[in-house]
Design a protein around this ligand. Structure first.
Ligand code: GTP
Ligand code: MG
Length: 451
């Protein structure tokens, strides 16, 4: 018999209300022993919770019962909405766990059960984790979209199209000995596969969804003393980086997560870039080397001009992803009105121009990354993380292989069929139809207990 699992599903106690969740075949038994009976399905019932061994009153709680299969996990589920005190929660959990067959749930166990019972596929399981960890509006929207099955639907369509191609091939292989088959049904395969292949490529090419999960990289760069660290602190509204009038203050790269107009951003402060690297001490030189690397990897560069310019270094930055800033505009000498070669004027000291800058950064990230996002499924992306990207690349490689074989001629149709089977399998790995064992533990490691 499978275990019945129980855990605190709401957040840290003490809290107003604590929700304890129980799932498994022993839920009715647990409710009878602790809550004095099984309430009507899906109707909240105020009841007294008791310790089964002693009958001692533990709490007055709201109890809900969701019979299988219409529950989150697909099994019988009960929710006990108790008072959110530590002693209350401890006592009720201890009472539940004292029952035969009821054990503490481990991290992600409820969601794992939902996956095992086919309530969620793997992309949706990941979405549950993403939704819990979402800290910005855009992350929340994406996670919810995936939880509702946006990626699953896209994958289902792709799987169907591969299945059709395989069926055509099988038909062709079956009838190949007969002379009266007009033309070959296989003739349409290259076109079908090419169009599927390019849709998959579009998904692989757009990195918006992936960046949404991990944060867009926005790098502050410019000459020493141009005011990068001051601007970083102002954008974060706290003193994250050291500021001083000494040129070359920042050496180590500083990465801080921040929300920009609903987008998750990792803001990076870097060592100022100088034209003559020979003048700097070895430690600052190491810092500058890191700055160059950060610039290459950046999704958006904020290039600051404030004081001494670094013209050579400035040329290295990719203009497409750069927003040029005139900094320190609270100072008379930098507030010249006709400054054609900058996009924005800001002051880290007074905060002037920062709201506009935040919007501009978010707008640039959206235009640079969100291309191709619209379309059916609202641009839901399949290749959201490394696991899914690798499987999708494998699928693409199998289709490429099939296309090459078709190109050579019709002698290799059995091999083509095999490649298409492999392509289907790769898609199946993304949703967890095949081989889910290996990934499940990794996936659930980032879940909290009670989820
Ligand atoms: N008035 C004024 N001074 C500023 C502003 N931003 C920076 N400063 C001053 O300029 C000097 C350098 O500022 P930082 O923020 O340390 O400059 P940085 O670009 O990080 O310098 P490095 O780390 O050395 O590359 C400090 O004395 C700051 O107080 C500003 O917006 N207005
Ligand atoms: Mg600095």
């Amino acid at each position: 018999m499978t275990d019945t699992i129980a855990a605190l599903s709401s957040g840290l106690v003490p809290s107003g209300v604590a929700v304890l969740r129980v799932s498994g075949p022993g839920v009715r038994f647990a409710l009878e022993r602790i809550a004095g009976g099984v309430p009507q399905p899906r109707l909240a019932k105020l009841t007294t919770l008791r310790q089964p061994a002693t009958d001692a009153v533990l709490d007055r709680a709201l109890v809900l019962f969701f019979p299988a299969p219409h529950s989150f996990t697909g099994e019988d589920v009960a929710e006990l909405h108790c008072h959110g005190g530590r002693a209350v929660v401890d006592a009720v959990l201890a009472a539940l766990w004292s029952l035969d067959g009821v054990t503490p749930a481990k991290a992600g166990d409820f969601t794992r059960q939902a996956f095992i019972n086919g309530k969620l596929d793997l992309t949706q399981v990941e979405a549950v984790g993403d939704l819990i960890h979402a800290s910005t509006e855009a992350q929340r929207a994406q996670a919810l979209d995936q939880l509702e099955g946006a990626a699953s639907r896209k994958l289902a369509v792709w799987k169907d199209r591969l299945a059709e191609c395989r069926a055509l091939l099988e038909a062709d292989l079956d009838f190949s000995d007969e002379d009266d088959v007009p033309g070959s049904v296989v003739d349409s395969l290259p076109e079908r596969l090419t169009s599927l292949r390019s849709e998959i490529q579009r998904d692989l090419d757009q990195h918006f969804g992936e960046r949404l999960r991990d944060g867009f990289r926005v790098v502050l760069a410019g000459a020493p003393n141009s005011g990068k660290s001051t601007l970083l602190n102002a954008l974060l509204d706290r003193e994250a980086a050291l500021v001083s009038s000494v040129a070359g203050t920042t050496r180590d790269q500083i990465d801080v997560p921040v929300d920009m107009d609903g987008l998750p951003v990792v803001l990076t402060d870097t060592a100022g870039l100088r034209d003559r690297v020979a003048d700097v001490d070895p430690i600052e030189a190491m810092g500058i080397e890191r700055s160059h690397k950060a610039l290459l990897e950046a999704d958006c560069v904020l290039w600051l001009k404030g004081g001494e310019e670094s013209s050579e270094a400035g040329k290295m930055v990719d203009g497409e992803k750069t927003i040029r800033l005139r900094s320190k505009i609270d100072l008379a000498e930098f507030s010249a009105p006709n400054d054609g070669d900058v996009d924005f004027k800001v002051s880290g000291r007074t905060g002037e121009g920062l709201d506009e800058l935040r919007l501009a950064v978010a707008a640039m990230l959206r235009t640079r990354y969100a291309e191709g996002l619209s379309g059916e499924d609202g641009g839901a992306s399949v290749a959201l993380d490394a696991r899914r990207r690798i499987a999708l690349e494998e699928c693409a490689a199998s289709i490429d292989q099939a296309l090459q074989l078709l190109d050579i001629g019709s002698d290799h149709l059995e091999q083509v069929a095999e490649e298409l089977r492999l392509a289907q399998r790769s898609l199946g790995a993304i949703t967890g139809d095949v081989d889910p064992e290996g990934v499940l533990d990794v996936l659930f490691a980032r879940f909290c207990i009670g989820k």
